[in-house]
Design a protein around this ligand. Structure first.
Ligand code: C2E
Ligand code: MG
Ligand code: MG
Length: 614
């Protein structure tokens, strides 16, 4: 037989994952029956591997394989035809075969042929005496061979078909896609389409209320609708509890298809009995056959469907850029835990805050920095929103707070009249022991609570009014300062904010940056300053980059300013240098501190300059 066909035959055999598997009663039963029908001592289900006959099932022999060379079963596999040898010793081909040498004289084998026409081996019976086979015996042997094949294909399908919808599952999809790519080497473009019936939350809610059989019925009904209404010309796969996947024919244009699919889905949902309980969305991922691995196709189309659900559109289209962004988010999320434990990944920088009237630094905002071992410096504006979605935000804020308070202790010890501001997340206010931990951290360093300011964004306090307010009140009651950060970017009203026991409003830098040139920003900022003052807040302008902005916010009555004009966020050592050289340096007193110890480095730095500047 020509080489490629034999390779394809072997491939078909290997794909069944049958070779060297354990014996199974389902096969042994058939083998015993074959031996009985012929009244012979030996029978086997024999599979033709590259150079051996391996017995999936056997009666009357102890070994599990014999060499393929000169084995009659190999002839059965190669020809896919029945082979009967009345006497091996009389047969020129098999006279000196392994079987003949071990005393076997009679052989009859019926072929085991797959649906695709590949001969896998033989259902065979063997005798120690020469013998003929009647036509009814041979018909029975052929039937038993077919039964063996049915059993093989059944076992193969098991684990590939979803029991609920009876559709092929993702394992089958992966195999089919590989086969398709092999058959069509011209790398056609296809669209993978994944329809997701409901979000995990909707699923668990409806299971809770209506029971799991309701869900089973819904999945079964909807799978039928998708098959008959949407994936009409394609094979539909059931790839997740509520997820169905199919491939479009070639040359389908993605945007037009996505738009049509969105209409079809909303029609399907309109007519569905579950329309009030679930939201069906879909993802579409274009790919070239053979160029993308099946599991990547699944991942991409799954991501597109998730994006659709997240952004509340009906159909999401996979985009490699979004995928890269998603993977980056995932990496950051995965690696932040290690960063918290590593000694050299996280650090704080401090940005001075200047009192506008006295032109003196009165505080410093602690800002977190992360040097990722592979990705380099990551901005907190990128990683904090990701971390804030997880329980790691507790450890992150704890780390920032402890490190910032250590620094405050050092500065206060050196006589610097500074307050330190720490950004906290809304989720921190939901930690039952948050206030206790903050107060303990202050107490164990003998730091006055009023030297610490916590910054929280206005949307942050909006989220949970009850508990968040209670925590803030505990903290402010003992003197911790509270600032509303990024003011003007959220949706809250000042009258609402008044319920929050804050002392300071920090006007967001987007208003401040263009003050010199933008009349509208000026009126908005002026209004915010005056309203904030009327309500008793101290007002800080963030993002002061130029002298014009400083002059303007001074005339508008802002109390404090922060921005690149004075200093960028500084590493601790640079902060010390800045304190020595800047006209806005903080006041330094000799002894009026809670802790007497002056860190050596700062003490010598400051004395070297004679503190003349301050
Ligand atoms: P934020 O709290 O509003 O901090 C001010 C941001 O503005 C900082 O960005 C600062 O470097 C930047 N900035 C200051 N002055 C200027 C200026 O004149 N011009 C411009 N263009 N920018 C200026 P950064 O450090 O990248 O932090 C971004 C945000 O990340 C912070 O905004 C804060 O929301 C968050 N963040 C930083 N550190 C922490 C932290 O430890 N915990 C939490 N929860 N969030 C943090
Ligand atoms: Mg801040
Ligand atoms: Mg801000």
């Amino acid at each position: 037989m020509p080489e490629p066909t034999e390779e394809a035959r072997l491939d078909a055999l290997y794909q069944l994952d049958l070779l060297d598997t354990d014996p199974s009663e389902a096969f042994d039963r058939i083998t015993r029956m074959a031996a009985q029908i012929f009244g012979l001592p030996i029978a086997a289900v024999s599979l033709t591997d590259r150079d051996r006959q391996w017995f999936k099932s056997r009666v009357g022999v102890s070994h599990t394989s014999i060499p393929r060379n000169k084995a009659p079963c190999a002839q059965v596999a190669e020809t896919s035809a029945l082979v009967v040898i009345p006497d091996l010793l009389e047969d020129p081909c098999y006279r000196d075969s392994h079987l003949a040498q071990t005393g076997v004289r009679f052989y009859a084998g019926a072929p085991l042929v797959t649906n695709d026409g590949f001969g896998l081996g033989a259902m065979c019976v063997l005798g120690l005496e020469p013998r003929q086979a009647s036509s009814s015996e041979l018909a029975a042997l052929a039937d038993l061979g077919a039964m063996v094949m049915a059993q093989i294909e059944l076992q193969h399908a098991f684990g590939r078909v979803d029991p609920l919808s009876r559709l092929s599952n993702r394992t089958q999809f992966a195999e089919d896609l590989e086969d398709l790519a092999r058959d069509q080497p011209e790398h056609d473009q296809r669209l993978a389409v994944l329809i997701d019936l409901a979000s995990p939350e909707q699923l668990s809610n409806s299971t809770r209320v209506m029971g799991s059989s309701y869900l089973d019925d819904m999945v079964r009904d909807m799978s039928r609708e998708i098959r008959t209404g949407i994936s009409t010309s394609s094979k539909l796969y059931h790839v997740g509890a509520t997820q169905f996947l199919f491939l479009t024919p070639k040359q389908v244009e993605v945007r037009g298809y996505a738009a049509r699919l969105a209409e079809q889905l909303s029609e399907m949902q309109q007519s569905s009995l579950s329309r009030f309980v679930i939201t069906t969305v879909a993802g579409v991922a274009p790919f070239r056959l053979g160029e993308v691995k099946p599991l990547d196709v699944l991942r991409n189309v799954h991501g597109a469907a998730q994006d659709a659900r997240r952004t509340e559109v009906r159909v999401g289209v996979y985009s490699p850029t979004q995928d890269t962004a998603h993977q980056r988010r995932f990496t950051l999320l995965n690696d932040f835990g290690a960063a918290l434990e590593a000694a050299d990944q996280l650090r704080l920088v401090f940005q001075p805050r200047i009192d506008v009237i006295s032109r003196t630094c009165v505080g410093a905002e602690a800002l977190l920095r992360w040097r990722h071992p592979g990705l380099g410096e990551i901005s907190p504006a990128e990683f904090m929103p990701i971390i804030e979605q997880t329980s790691m935000v507790r450890a992150a804020t704890a780390w920032v707070l402890e490190t910032a308070l250590d620094q405050l202790l050092e500065w206060r010890g050196a006589g610097l009249q500074l307050q330190v501001s720490v950004n906290i997340s809304a989720a921190n206010l939901l930690e039952p022991d948050f206030a206790d931990r903050v107060l303990n951290s202050l107490a164990k360093r003998s730091l006055a609570p009023s030297w610490l300011e916590l910054e929280i964004t206005e949307t942050g306090v909006m989220e949970d009014t009850g508990q968040a307010l209670a925590v803030l009140e505990v903290l402010t009651d003992v003197g911790v300062r509270l600032a509303i950060d990024d003011f003007g970017t959220g949706y809250s009203s000042l009258s609402y904010l008044q319920r929050i026991p804050a002392h300071v409003v920090k006007i967001d830098q987007t208003f401040v940056r263009d003050l010199a040139t933008d009349e509208r920003q000026r009126s908005l900022t002026a209004a915010m300053v005056s309203l904030s003052h009327n309500l008793g807040y101290r007002v800080v302008a963030e993002g002061v980059e130029a002298i014009e902005a400083l002059n303007w916010i001074e005339s508008a009555g802002c109390d404090e300013a922060q921005g690149y004009f004075f200093a960028r966020p500084l590493a601790v050592a640079d902060f010390s240098t800045w304190c020595l050289s800047s006209p806005y340096a903080p006041v330094i007193t000799g002894t009026e501190t809670a802790r007497p110890s002056v860190p050596h480095s700062i003490a010598t730095d400051l004395s070297a300059e004679g503190l003349a500047a301050v």
